[in-house]
Design a protein. Structure first.
Length: 297
């Protein structure tokens, strides 16, 4: 890289960290990634991990704006939650203690909801970036992932949100329960997935029984692993859709993410007559961090 960045954007999650060298105009000069996520570091290890990551980006000074689990209670420093309803980017950053000359590290606060209780860290920055890229947008944002989030947005504010364990449950059930014997493939069956979505949506109260039924059908009826895997995903997503019905039925919905999960949730929503808009999660994160940096000037 030929020049020192004007500032550095960082998305620091539980498992990984991504950093971008940025100009004041929002241009990306360079990008770096590491597997030194929050879950692998003690508090005193965050600054060395950051300096290792951005070491080739000039001597500094370096002004960093970050989002994600780096601001969790177990992170570099806890960035207190801001309550909703309210803007996705509250005023002010939480500054982490640093020792390197010329290094400042500001963290975007997460958001919390008191009733029903819910929290987010990192997603608020994606929401802010999405709104910066789509001014005046109102509706429901769906962020697929390990913990999918439905976020209601109106007049530039987060009105409310709900988080589920859908993705984590899929990983746990397919890897650590009796269902692992039936779901022994990365194969997929689209028809089985849609059938699972319809079943989970129509009868969410029967989910526990339907899940065990996948094992029974594999033993008694020859249910094949690609069908079992797809139906398992469909059942869980269908039950999630049932619980979030008021958030997507008749609403404007945008999917904000990347990768295969976008395909899965898009198919589930389309099976219910919803044609979601779509946006890239990385672009939204960068736009949100850029907005936070500009506000902190």
């Amino acid at each position: 890289m030929d020049r020192t960045p004007d500032w550095i954007a960082v998305d620091w999650g539980t498992s990984n960290v991504r950093a971008w060298a940025m100009t004041a105009a929002g241009e990306v000069l360079a990008e770096a990634t590491s597997d030194k996520g929050m879950g692998k570091l003690s508090r005193e290890e965050f600054e060395p991990a950051l300096l290792d990551l951005i070491g080739g980006w000039g001597p500094g000074p370096h002004r960093v704006v970050a989002c994600g689990m780096v601001g969790a209670r177990q992170g570099w420093i806890e960035a207190p939650y801001a309550r909703v309803p309210g803007p996705p980017l509250p005023q002010g950053l939480t500054m982490a203690p640093t020792t390197a000359p010329g290094l400042s590290f500001g963290i975007v606060p997460g958001l919390c909801q008191m009733d029903p209780a819910d929290v987010m860290r990192g997603e608020e920055t994606k929401v802010a970036g999405f709104l910066a890229l789509h001014p005046g947008w109102d509706g429901t944002l769906l962020l697929p992932g390990t913990h999918p989030k439905w976020i209601s947005v109106s007049a530039g504010e987060v009105v409310g949100f709900r988080t589920s364990l859908t993705g984590e449950l899929f990983a746990a059930l397919s890897g650590h329960t009796v269902l692992r014997h039936s779901v022994t493939t990365h194969g997929w069956d689209d028809a089985a997935f849609e059938a699972g979505v319809a079943e989970g949506l129509a009868r969410p109260e029967a989910l526990m029984n339907r899940l065990f039924g996948l094992r029974a059908e594999s033993l008694l009826k020859g249910l094949q692993p690609p069908e079992a895997r797809a139906r398992l995903s469909g059942l869980l997503i269908g039950a999630d859709l049932a619980g979030a019905r008021a958030w997507w039925l008749g609403a404007r919905v945008a999917l904000l993410g990347a990768g295969d999960l976008m395909d899965t949730w898009r198919a589930a929503l389309r099976s219910q007559g919803v044609q979601p808009e779509e946006a890239d999660a990385t672009q939204a994160t960068l736009a949100g961090l850029t907005e936070a940096w500009r506000r902190s000037q």
